[in-house]
Design a protein around this ligand. Sequence first.
Ligand code: HEC
Length: 165
Amino acid sequence: MVNTFLATMIVIGGLATVSVHTYAAEPYAPPQGVELSPDLLNLLRAEMREIAEGVQGIAVSLATADWKSIQETSTKIRASYIMEKKLTPAQTKELEQALPDSFKKLDAEFHQRAERLGEAAAAHDSELVAFHYSRLIESCTVCHSAYAKSRFPGFSSPAHQGHSH
Ligand code: HEC
């Protein structure tokens, strides 16, 4: 079974791989070194925005002990809801082949953290939810700093951004 979250991450993995290996045959030159067909890139970004929106709500849900919402967000992240409906089998296959192992690992960790967050919410354990929430955010930053640095230049060291010590 290929779940939808993995499909998302396969898309991202495809991005990351393609950005590393530049294909001269590509007729376009996307900014920041990422090469992906516009459709796939749009799907990925839409997926990411959905995830971001869900994650933003967690802070207030935690503060108000709205465990159900946190569990729902956890489920949504784990089953990322857009990709499955929109990816063609050919796209899925192509991206599966392009997915690097290091990316799969980050994908798996992200998936697990979302799951633990949901479990902590089910147990009404606010301290544990806070812990897994911070770990979840950390996994966003780990992946982005490795695979989306061009998209998010803030992950570059200050020295590269014109500051000095
Ligand atoms: C396993 C890798 C990975 C993880 C985990 C991940 N992202 Fe991303 N994300 C990416 C990549 C790669 C891009 C860059 C896509 C591009 O080049 O436009 C991205 C882009 C985004 C964007 C920009 C979307 C847009 O409209 O351009 C947002 C927002 C985002 N991620 C939020 C998050 C949040 C919040 C989390 C954690 C809860 C997260 N991501 C976890 C890989 C990841």
